[in-house]
Design a protein around this ligand. Structure first.
Ligand code: HEC
Length: 259
C-alpha cells in the first residue's frame, strides 16, 4: 500500500514537472497505427520539410528511417535529404541551436522522443491549437501550450484562426483576520472555441489527417524498434504454428501403443 502511494506521489510530481501544459484543455484522441506505411511516409515528409529547419531528431539516421518506412536510399536522397549530405547522417536541425535560442528565446527541443515525453494526443492537439495573438512575440499563441515560443509553421495549411475565451466567475467565501466572512468573486478566462478568420489551403478534415500522419511518424520516431518487434512477432507466430504440427505428430507417435 505504501509503495502504491509512493508511486502515485512520484507520478504526480513528474506530471507537474512537465512545463507548459494547460491542464484545462481537452486533448483530442488520435488513431496511431505504425503499420500504416503511407501515413508514416507522409508524416516523415511533413517533418523533414517543415520541422527539421528548427528541430533535430538527432537519434535517428535518414537511412534507418527510410528502411523502416519502406523508402529506398535513392528516394530518401531525392526527396528527404535537404538538411544533410549523406543518407547515413543523423537528422540534425538546419538552424544551429544557439541562433534559435537568440531568435525564439528558447532553443527548439529535439523531437526524437517527444511522443514519449508528451502523449500522442498532446502533440496532435497542440499542432491543431495555434491561434493569432498580437501580444505574443511571434504573433501566435497556443491553447495547449500557452505562450509557446514556436510560431504556427503550418498556418498556410490551416489558415488564420483566433481564439474566443469566456469569462467564468467563481464566488469564494473568504474569512478575514477578525473572523468576519466576505464574499469574493474571482474571474478566470477559459478557452471556448476557435474562429476561422482566413481559410487555409487545406480543409479542416485534410489538416486533421495531415496532423494525424505527423503524430503517427513522431510515435514511430520515439520507438522505431516497435516496427521490428511487429515483424519478429509475425515470425514467432508462424514458427509456433509449424511447431504445433510437429508437436502433434510426435504426441500421436508416443501415444499410439497406449490404449
Ligand atoms: C521556426 C522554428 C520552428 C519550426 C519550423 C518548428 N518549431 Fe516546434 N518549436 C520551436 C520552438 C522555439 C519551440 C520551443 C517552444 C517553447 O518552449 O516555448 C518549439 C516547441 C515544439 C514542441 C513542444 C516541445 C515541448 O516542450 O514539449 C513541439 C511538440 C514542436 N515544437 C513540434 C514541432 C513540429 C511537429 C514542427 C513541424 C511541423 C515544428 N515544431 C516546427 C520552433 C519551431
Amino acid at each position: 500500500m505504501k509503495r502504491i502511494l509512493l508511486i502515485g506521489l512520484l507520478a504526480g510530481i513528474s506530471g507537474m514537472a512537465i512545463a507548459g501544459t494547460n491542464a484545462g484543455v481537452k486533448l483530442d484522441p488520435v488513431k496511431i497505427d505504425l503499420r500504416d506505411k503511407p501515413s508514416l511516409q507522409n508524416g516523415a515528409r511533413i517533418f523533414v520539410n517543415y520541422c527539421l529547419s528548427c528541430h533535430s531528431a538527432a537519434y535517428m539516421r535518414y537511412n534507418r528511417m527510410g528502411r523502416d518506412l519502406g523508402i529506398s536510399d535513392e528516394l530518401v536522397k531525392e526527396n528527404l535529404l535537404f538538411a544533410a549530405d549523406k543518407v547515413g547522417d543523423l537528422m540534425k536541425a538546419v538552424m544551429p541551436a544557439e541562433d534559435a535560442k537568440v531568435w525564439f528565446g528558447t532553443a527548439p527541443p529535439d523531437l526524437t522522443l517527444i511522443a514519449r515525453a508528451r502523449k500522442p494526443e498532446w502533440i496532435y492537439t497542440f499542432m491543431r491549437s495555434f491561434y493569432r495573438d498580437d501580444n505574443s512575440p511571434s504573433g501566435w499563441n497556443n491553447t495547449v501550450f500557452p505562450n509557446v515560443a514556436m510560431p504556427h509553421v503550418l498556418y498556410e495549411w490551416q489558415g488564420d484562426r483566433r481564439a474566443v475565451f469566456k469569462t467564468v466567475k467563481k464566488k469564494n467565501v473568504v474569512e478575514q483576520e477578525d473572523g468576519t466572512k466576505v464574499e469574493k468573486v474571482t474571474e478566470t478566462k477559459v478557452f471556448d472555441r476557435f474562429e476561422q478568420m482566413k481559410p487555409g489551403t487545406m480543409s479542416g478534415q485534410e489538416y486533421n489527417e495531415a496532423m494525424r500522419d505527423l503524430t503517427n511518424f513522431l510515435v514511430y520516431l520515439g520507438e522505431p524498434a516497435k516496427l521490428v518487434r511487429y515483424r519478429i512477432g509475425v515470425y514467432v507466430l508462424i514458427f509456433l504454428a509449424v511447431f504445433l504440427i510437429f508437436a502433434y505428430l510426435l504426441k500421436k507417435e508416443y501415444w499410439k501403443d497406449i490404449h
